[in-house]
Design a protein. Structure first.
Ligand SMILES: NC(=O)c1ccc[n+]([C@@H]2O[C@H](COP(=O)([O-])OP(=O)(O)OC[C@H]3O[C@@H](n4cnc5c(N)ncnc54)[C@H](O)[C@@H]3O)[C@@H](O)[C@H]2O)c1
Length: 314
């Protein structure tokens, strides 16, 4: 099979590339190396085809889509820092870029998986979150919500293309996916904590640390995505993909110290000191994954301890 991965030099995209190469497929990736890196895919040199380019380039995206059997759309601008520092570029990538990729898949009638996000749900306090739950987001001028809005537009476009053009698309809402190769540079909490712990530097918690998340190992997420791509009954539908075991950010910091044997101290800083104006955090984010379990018989198998030790060992 020929697999085309947008954002294939990124964190999740490069793990998908590993998976499909290992299964004997032909893999082509398109990436502009904005947050992705050559080092994520250097071990695949000679085994994949890499194009350095932008998903907003219609001609390029169409030519790569035409030659593929499966499209995995992972390219996006993400990470709190990226969104807050480059809001226009981020919105253009996530809205215009995704439209280009979806239109190309529709034009050539290709199976496509799009990566959406738990950010879709915004600050909906009703946890755990199921796929039909409402979006509760702040004002558009609070820039952090533009990522959620852009991804919601992408999901809606995919849904409409499925309804009007029979596009064979499945939407995957990823919740806090973590693991080796994820960078801490753009505000991702787990790699940031692990990197600080390994250097015995202070681990800085933003806010009071009572906010909680559920983390999912990237290897589990890749398994879910690949199984969904191979299961036609998921076409036209949307699925949460996330881990199990809710932890507060303070508990996460403590577990990082324990697993890495670090002597780092835990320090706290306010959100207003950590981020530019326009940031609001979410107190809890917990996925309900019963729908994906039922659809593809998938369940995450790696716990937080394994996640932390795999990141520390990379
Ligand atoms: N990691 C998570 O916890 C998480 C959670 C929810 C959703 N997602 C989604 O999963 C997907 C992959 O995320 P990731 O964590 O691997 O992030 P990532 O930043 O590592 O990967 C995104 C990739 O897209 C590339 N890219 C960005 N803009 C581009 C453009 N205009 N043209 C071509 N390439 C471009 C980047 O260089 C990068 O390689 C994204 O769609 C993201 O929104 C991730």
């Amino acid at each position: 099979m020929r697999v085309f991965i947008t954002g294939g030099a990124g964190f999740i995209g490069s793990h998908l590339a590993d998976h499909y190469v290992a299964e004997g497929n032909q893999v082509t990736i398109l990436d502009n190396f904005s947050t992705g890196s050559k080092s994520n895919i250097s071990h695949l040199e000679g085994k994949i085809t890499t194009t350095d380019g932008d998903i907003r380039n219609i001609e390029l995206v169409e030519s790569l889509t035409k030659d593929a059997d499966l499209v995995l759309h992972m390219a996006a601008a993400l990470g709190v820092n990226t969104i807050l520092e480059s809001p226009l570029e981020s919105m253009r990538t996530n809205i215009t870029g995704s439209e280009v990729v979806l239109n190309a898949a529709a034009k050539f009638n290709k199976r496509i998986i799009i990566a959406s996000t738990s950010e879709i749900y915004g600050k909906n306090p009703n946890q755990p979150l199921t796929e039909v739950d409402d979006r509760v987001v702040g004002a558009p001028q609070k820039i952090r919500w533009t990522y959620s809005d852009a991804k919601a537009i992408e999901e809606a476009m995919a849904f409409a293309l499925h309804q009007e053009n029979r596009l064979p698309v499945t939407t995957v809402r990823l919740f806090n996916t973590v693991g080796p190769r994820q960078t801490g540079r753009y505000g991702m909490v787990v790699p940031r904590f692990v990197q600080a712990a390994l250097k015995n530097e202070p681990i800085t918690i933003y806010g009071d640390g009572t906010q909680s998340r559920v983390f999912c190992h990237v290897a589990d997420a890749v398994q879910a995505i690949a199984t969904m791509a191979a299961t036609d009954s998921t076409i036209g539908d949307v699925y949460n993909v996330g881990g199990t075991g809710e932890v507060t950010i303070k508990q996460l910091a403590e577990q990082v110290l324990e697993v890495t044997g670090s002597h780092s101290e835990i320090t706290y800083t306010s959100y207003s000191d950590a981020y530019p104006a326009g940031f609001e955090d979410i107190q809890r984010r917990v996925p309900d994954i019963s729908k994906v379990k039922l659809a593809i018989n998938w369940t995450p198998t790696r716990d937080l301890q394994q996640i932390i030790s795999d990141i520390a060992a990379q």
